[in-house]
Design a protein around this ligand. Structure first.
Ligand SMILES: Nc1ncnc2c1ncn2[C@@H]1O[C@H](COP(=O)(O)OP(=O)(O)OP(=O)(O)O)[C@@H](O)[C@H]1O
Ligand SMILES: [Mg+2]
Length: 391
């Protein structure tokens, strides 16, 4: 099939302005599309000229268009919106925010990070628990969603024992204060039944639509980040996420073994085909330095780098293997908070800093459309915005 301006525009519907939570085509940010012999020239208009998300949007545009079969080159010209264009965008964003306030309780200005992997047992849940904690230690309020419905493990890793409460037909997350920040945890393992049998039945009923339930029925309140622990592999859950939270940023966890990288590459590929942004690769169980100063590569070497290269995705961290990581996890105290000087803790903290500074910065710091977003919230009035903030 030959690409036309229309097919290019439809590919660009996969590019989401993370702050407005809507695609750049429907937001009116795509001004012009021209195609000559495989070269696609696109003009996009940002809400504000010096938008710090500029680089991200530009590369997202390039990536989505280059994925079209007969496109060989993409040129993106970035401009800024006129007052008229901005006011059209405001209307659209306002409508969208209203629509969102219904089924989806995740605030529009929350940055979403989903932790995925090609195969099981590579450390997704451990990364989720420690990354969330490290972000909280930086002062953020972090929602933690255990989307591994059947294989939930976050209650244990984060030491949550209280069951979730329901309040006015909403689920209230379990709260764990951490440093100056806060974790708000939701997991299937925290869903109460009057006895274990009933709990198992309830979980069974929820299994299919669990992610949707969690996104619709959980009252997250104001959270800076939502970190989601996905089940291993390329499941319906990942597809559901692409549909329900298209602003998600995927972290793909892999081990240093070279052999398993094609499985991990599949997770990246699947994400891209469902238009999810792959924020980067995290290598876990990497080489560590033992007491006598030797570097030990228990699980091989180079896997993260190879995956990063083959998928053209940044390698964000190499988290060393350390027996304490597992021990602290079993004790319900994530190592970043329990032993911050441990080599693995330092690596988790560095990852959280890199994410909050560059890779997925919080909305108020990236300050691009966030002022518009505030205006949208104000325009929605106390009744509508209540749905996102109270409780
Ligand atoms: N950096 C690390 N150092 C030492 N042990 C680790 C490290 N990361 C994870 N582990 C251990 O590896 C095991 C698997 O980790 P985890 O449960 O987080 O993986 P997962 O990818 O979530 O698995 P699943 O696919 O079953 O959900 C756990 O016992 C955990 O304690
Ligand atoms: Mg897990």
């Amino acid at each position: 099939v030959e690409s036309t301006p229309d097919t290019v525009r439809s590919a660009l519907r996969g590019v989401i302005d993370p702050e407005l939570g809507d695609n750049i085509v429907d937001l009116g940010m795509v001004r012009d599309v021209q195609i000559t012999n495989g070269l696609v020239s696109i003009e996009i208009a940002l809400t504000i000229a010096g938008c710090p998300l500029r680089a991200q949007l530009r590369s997202d545009v390039e990536r989505h268009v280059l994925a079209l079969p007969d496109v060989t080159e993409v040129k993106v010209k970035v401009g800024s919106m006129s007052a008229d264009e901005r006011s059209t965008l405001m209307n659209r964003a306002r409508w969208k925010a209203r629509e969102k306030a219904g089924p989806n309780q995740v605030p529009a200005d929350t940055r979403v990070i989903a932790v995925a992997s090609g195969k099981g047992g590579v450390g997704k849940s451990t990364v989720t628990a420690n990354l969330s904690s490290a972000l909280a230690l930086l002062g953020f309020t972090v929602g933690v969603l255990d989307a591994d419905i059947a294989g939930f493990s976050l209650p244990r890793l984060l030491g949550v024992t209280e069951r979730l409460q329901a309040e006015k037909a909403h689920i209230v997350p379990a709260e764990i204060p951490m440093g100056t920040g806060l974790l708000k945890v939701v997991s299937m393992g925290l869903i109460e039944g009057s006895n274990e049998e009933e709990a198992i039945m309830l979980r069974g009923l929820m299994l299919n639509r669990a992610l949707q339930h969690f996104l619709e029925d959980v009252r997250w309140g104001d959270i800076d980040y939502l970190v989601i622990d996905l089940p291993p592999g390329t499941s319906d859950v990942q597809m559901g996420l692409a549909r329900m939270l298209p602003q998600s940023n995927l972290l793909v966890v892999t081990t240093p073994a070279l052999a398993a990288q094609h499985v991990a590459a599949r997770a990246v590929d699947m994400a891209r085909r469902s238009h999810l942004r792959v924020a980067g690769i995290v290598e876990n169980m990497s080489a560590f330095t033992n007491e006598s100063g030797e570097i030990v590569a228990l699980f091989g070497e180079g896997g993260g780098k190879r995956l990063a290269e083959s998928t053209e995705t940044p390698l964000l961290a190499m988290l060393p293997f350390h027996p304490e990581v597992g021990r602290m996890g079993d004790a319900g105290t994530p190592i970043v908070s329990a032993a911050p000087d441990n080599s693995a803790s330092l690596a988790y903290s560095a990852l959280a800093e890199l994410i909050s500074r560059e890779v997925v910065p919080p909305v108020e710091m990236s300050g691009c459309s966030s002022r518009l977003l505030d205006a949208v919230k104000a325009a929605l009035g106390p009744h509508d915005s209540d749905a996102n903030t109270s409780g």
